[in-house]
Design a protein around this ligand. Structure first.
Ligand code: ADP
Ligand code: MG
Length: 237
């Protein structure tokens, strides 16, 4: 395995059983992502972006081939090992935020730290740092229903980042946001990528997101159609 690689996918296919036959959602995927990348899987709806992101996130397994994430082959992990990988090293951001409505912003962001059994004083500091990164320290006692969509997604980013994971997976993170909020959360993620060296992998078909990516991997019908790097001065800042 390439030492600097955080994700290494080889000869990966994924099929879903459909009655007596099967539907192939991903085929012949070969990809390597290095540490610190700010990369997106781009493609129309149904092209396989979420399926691939879920496999990288150890939420699903390949049908054949391999996906190594932080040097672990996700299809071969037990449920407990996969849960450990997610808990310690991965952050997830979804289109629908997935916040707990009855809990405060503080409690939502604190949740991954409880799973890691981090003590109360350190948890408080880490939560406040994460809320500072996304500019929401003044909403610490609010609950998600009292926040705008953009604020909810910023809470979700803080929750994904609070344990300082090596890899953040973001599936259509701007799908429910207006342009101003989309740019704001993307600028936040670029800053975290630069300052904390967190690797980001997006699944998106939003041109606003695509403008910030440094590497664009195009999927079409479950295959990599194009894989291109963008020069630093050609991304949005
Ligand atoms: N659990 C599943 N069972 C059957 N087909 C699925 C399942 N998940 C995804 N698919 C199919 O795989 C294809 C790719 O889906 P998905 O990865 O969600 O695409 P995208 O995120 O690019 O819109 C689609 O045709 C979808 O219907
Ligand atoms: Mg999707």
């Amino acid at each position: 395995m390439d030492n600097n690689a955080i994700i290494q996918i080889s000869e990966l296919t994924k099929s879903f059983p459909m009655g007596k036959s099967a539907f192939t959602a991903l085929r012949d995927i070969n990809l390597t992502l290095g540490n610190g990348e700010f990369t997106g899987l781009i493609g129309p709806s149904g092209s396989g972006k979420t399926t691939l992101l879920n496999i990288v996130g150890s939420l699903d397994s390949p049908t054949s081939g391999e996906a190594r994430v932080l040097n672990q082959s996700v299809g071969r992990l037990t449920a407990r090992e996969a849960a450990q990988l997610r808990k310690k090293s991965l952050g997830f951001i979804f289109q629908s935020y997935n916040l707990l409505a009855v809990h405060t912003v503080f409690e939502n962001v604190e949740f991954p730290l409880l799973l890691l059994k981090i003590g109360a004083a350190e948890r408080k500091k880490m939560v406040m740092d994460a809320l500072e990164w996304v500019g929401l320290t003044d909403k610490v006692r609010s609950k998600p229903p009292q926040l705008s969509g953009g604020e909810c997604q910023r809470v979700a980013i803080a929750r994904a980042m609070v344990k300082r994971p090596s890899l953040v997976l973001a599936d259509e993170p701007t799908a429910n946001l207006d342009a101003a909020n989309s740019h704001h959360i993307l600028q936040t993620m670029v800053k975290l990528n630069e300052e904390l060296k967190t690797t980001f992998l997006f699944a998106t078909h939003d041109e606003k997101v695509i403008g910030y990516l440094r590497r664009k991997i195009f999927l079409l019908d479950g295959k990599v159609a194009k894989d291109e790097w963008v020069k630093a001065d050609q991304t949005v800042k």
